[in-house]
Design a protein around this ligand. Structure first.
Ligand code: NAP
Length: 162
């Protein structure tokens, strides 16, 4: 299982229900990595999608405790146990954890790779991803060149579990 996330200099990922950084090249990267695969997210993240509608050409799995909630083309799971039961149908290498904060935190222990887009900003935020530079069982495996979008610098990195 892999995590895919966009963080700022403080490993912040969001403020309220919103993303703090929108980088088109990062959206493209996210689409390329996840298309044809399985994406796992919390209900709050799902509700931020346009529509809100399931991401096309992907198996969308949404975690919620609300037993009455449903959405078209979405597999709903009500616990991590139920999620793992569901994930038995898929190759684990095709499963991407796409947020938000609470779901990353719960599922990171089961991930072996994290695609982390680092954006050189430090905006007000209240949702964070664990700082993998400070987690002893994770290491930086590769780091792309610095790129720029509208004066904002960013780079693609990959972390792997040791
Ligand atoms: N920068 C990035 O790459 C990135 C990516 C994704 C999201 N984000 C940001 O992250 C923030 C959202 O994160 P969040 O932590 O507030 O919300 P979230 O993780 O997206 O969703 C939280 C909700 O998921 C459900 N849930 C979580 N764990 C569950 C479990 N074990 N069993 C059943 N349901 C479970 C619950 O829904 P119910 O309340 O319905 O029970 C919970 O309220 C937003 O700011 C968003 O923009 C950033």
């Amino acid at each position: 299982m892999k995590a895919i996330v966009n963080v700022d200099n403080n490993w912040a990922i969001g403020m309220g229900d919103s993303l703090i950084n929108h980088i088109p090249a990062d959206m493209k990267f996210f689409k390329k990595k996840t298309t044809g695969n399985v994406v796992v997210m919390g209900r709050t993240t799902f509700l931020t999608f346009p529509g809100p509608k399931a991401l096309p050409n992907r198996v969308n799995i949404v975690l919620t405790t609300d037993k009455s909630w449903s959405a078209p083309d979405v597999i709903v799971c009500h616990s991590v146990e139920e999620l793992f039961e569901q994930l038995r149908r898929y190759d684990t290498n095709t499963v991407y954890v796409i947020g938000g904060s609470s779901v990353y935190e719960q599922l990171l222990p089961y991930c072996d790779t994290a695609y982390v887009t680092k954006v050189d900003t430090a905006k007000p935020a209240d949702k964070f991803f664990p700082n993998l530079d400070k987690v002893s069982d994770w290491e930086l495996a590769c780091e792309g060149d610095v790129q720029e979008h509208k004066d904002v610098k960013f780079r693609f990195t990959t972390y792997r579990k040791k």
